[in-house]
Design a protein around this ligand. Structure first.
Ligand code: ADE
Length: 225
C-alpha cells in the first residue's frame, strides 16, 4: 500500500513513520508513505498556498491551484482508491474505517490548514472527508499521522503476530482486556491467578469477561452496536 500525504507543513510528518512498526512495514516494502510539500506545487516564483476568503472574514483559505497541481501529478503516476481530506467537519474516524482503508492499494491524504480549503477542492477532488475527533487541531498533519498509523499497522503482514490486531480494542466493538507482565507480584500487588495457571480456555474466558466488563463500564454504547 502507498499513502501520499499532501501538506503545507511537511516537517511535522518527518518522524512519525520512521520508528517501530511502521518503519519495519516500510522496510519490508508492505507500505510506503510519501509526504509532498504543497509549496512545491505552486505556480512559479511566488510560493503562495493560501489567500483571503471571498466575501471577507477572518482567516486564510487554502488555494485550489497548488492542490490541483499536486493531485494531478500523483494521479498521472498511478490510480488512487481514495482522496481523503482531514477536517474537523468530516466523518468520524473509527477502527472499522481503518480496517477498510488498510485493504486499499493507493491513498492520497490532504491535510487542511488555515480557515479551510477552497470548497471546489472538496467538491471536485476529495472522495472522503475524515475527522479524528470532536476537537480542532491547528492543521491536518497530526490527524494524518494518527490515520496513517492506524491503517499501516493493519496491513496484512505488518504485525508479527497476525492475531494481535484482532485482539485490539474496538476490533469487535469490545475494549481490550487488562494485560500484565513480570514480576507476578510487585509491592504486594499480584497478577490475577488465572493468568499464571497455563489453562488456555480459562484464560480466554477471563479475558472475554474483562473485555465485556470494561466495555460496559467505560463505553456502554459500543455494546449496542
Ligand atoms: N484538522 C483540524 N482538526 C482536525 C480533526 N479533528 N480531525 C481531522 N483533521 C483536522
Amino acid at each position: 500500500m502507498r499513502i501520499d500525504i499532501i501538506s503545507a507543513v511537511p516537517e511535522l510528518l518527518e518522524s512519525p513513520f520512521q520508528h517501530s512498526i511502521l518503519k519495519r512495514a516500510q522496510e519490508k516494502e508492505l507500505f510506503e508513505v510519501v509526504v509532498h510539500n504543497l509549496r512545491e506545487y505552486c505556480p512559479k516564483k511566488h510560493r503562495q498556498i493560501d489567500d483571503y476568503a471571498f466575501g471577507g472574514g477572518a482567516g486564510m483559505v487554502m488555494m485550489i491551484e497548488p492542490i490541483d497541481n499536486c493531485i494531478r501529478q500523483l494521479k498521472s503516476e498511478r490510480n488512487y482508491d481514495e482522496v481523503i481530506f482531514l477536517t474537523p467537519d468530516g466523518e468520524l474516524f473509527s477502527q472499522q474505517t481503518a480496517n477498510r482503508f488498510s485493504l486499499l492499494e493507493n491513498i492520497i491524504i490532504l491535510c487542511g490548514h488555515y480557515k479551510g480549503v477552497d470548497e471546489r477542492v472538496r467538491e471536485h477532488f476529495i472522495t472522503r472527508e475524515i475527522s479524528i475527533g470532536n476537537y480542532v487541531l491547528s492543521g491536518g498533519e497530526l490527524a494524518a499521522a494518527v490515520v496513517v498509523d492506524a491503517i499501516g499497522r493493519l496491513i496484512p503482514g505488518v504485525l508479527n503476530d497476525e492475531t494481535s490486531a484482532l485482539s485490539d480494542s474496538f476490533q469487535d466493538n469490545l475494549l481490550a482486556p487488562p494485560v500484565y507482565t513480570r514480576p507476578a507480584t510487585y509491592n504486594n500487588w499480584s497478577v490475577p491467578e488465572v493468568l499464571l495457571s497455563g489453562h488456555e480456555a480459562k484464560i480466554a474466558e477471563w479475558r472475554y469477561e474483562k473485555s465485556l466488563q470494561r466495555t460496559q463500564e467505560r463505553r456502554p454504547e459500543l455494546l449496542k452496536k
